[in-house]
Design a protein around this ligand. Structure first.
Ligand SMILES: [Zn+2]
Length: 273
């Protein structure tokens, strides 16, 4: 035994709160599991589909109010028609679909929870044709069907629980040590949980989107070409908004090659050759 409170032996680290928060975290994690359609992946989601759809609807109305919605013409009709064809092959009970074209130079598109789709006219030259637009809309619709937004919210909550636990556990340590531990945990949460999941979500939306495109009788081989064009569109003048949260298009194109046989087979079964 060393001298009482001798040397650097006293760290002031409290283990009990960490165990209690840890148990709560595990309970929270396992009592809020859902299954993603198409891929069958288990996910952490802690709000109901209705709550999620209400949030989606509210943001959608706000956005449409501020933007210039195009209601007539060939492009607006294409957005409607492609949207209807894609959504018809999804597993989306409770969704109230809407598809709108927004006049804007932004290279962007999204689908909010509950099936609220928007396509910005700035993305149309990159989409180039109906198949390209189907790939974009399929990807965005997949994000909503897979409830990626709600899953991201649940992950942030998990990180908050962890941060609170760590905050209590280190509360007797000296301030510099506390800052070091908390800083390291923040970085760990970002790179160990939040970023890997955001990449996982992108790949999952690519895969589900490709399956939807094929089932809706569009040409899935347009997917790698579309992302090639998207990569070029974002080159030079910084990443386009649509690309900023998305992984490198090389990775993406490799994955499409892997999934393509399945997509082509589905298309042949459903739509003939
Ligand atoms: Zn995405």
């Amino acid at each position: 035994m060393g001298p009482y409170r001798g040397g650097g032996a006293r760290t002031g680290f409290k283990i009990l709160p960490l165990i209690l928060f840890g148990l709560y975290g595990i309970y929270y994690y396992f009592s809020n599991q859902e299954t993603v359609p198409v891929t069958g992946r288990s996910q952490l989601v802690d709000i109901s589909r209705d709550q999620e759809a209400a949030l989606g609807l509210q943001s959608y109305r706000q956005i449409l109010q501020q933007e210039n919605v195009v209601t007539t013409g060939q492009n607006a009709e294409s957005v409607q028609e492609i949207g209807r064809r894609i959504s018809a092959v999804t597993d989306s009970t409770g969704f109230k679909w809407e598809y709108n074209l927004i006049e804007s130079p932004q290279v962007n598109a999204f689908c909010l929870p509950g099936g609220k789709v928007a396509v910005y006219s700035g993305i149309l030259p990159v989409a180039k044709n109906a198949n390209g637009l189907a790939v974009i809309m399929g990807h965005e619709i997949a994000h909503a069907i897979a409830r990626h937004g709600a899953e991201r919210m649940a992950h942030q909550k998990l990180v908050e629980i962890g941060t609170m636990a760590a905050g209590v556990a280190v509360s007797d340590m000296d301030p510099a040590q506390q800052r070091a531990v908390m800083g390291a945990l923040g970085v760990g949460a970002q790179y160990g949980l939040l970023l890997p999941f955001s990449r996982e979500h992108e790949s999952e939306a690519d895969y589900m989107g490709l399956i939807y495109v094929a089932k809706a009788c569009f040409d899935p081989t347009e997917a790698p070409k579309l992302w090639e064009r998207m990569g070029q569109a974002s080159g030079g003048r910084g990443p386009a908004q649509f690309m900023s949260t998305h992984p490198s298009h090389e990775t993406r194109i490799r994955q499409f090659e892997k999934w393509m046989p399945e997509a082509l087979k589905l298309k042949a079964e459903k739509c003939g050759s």
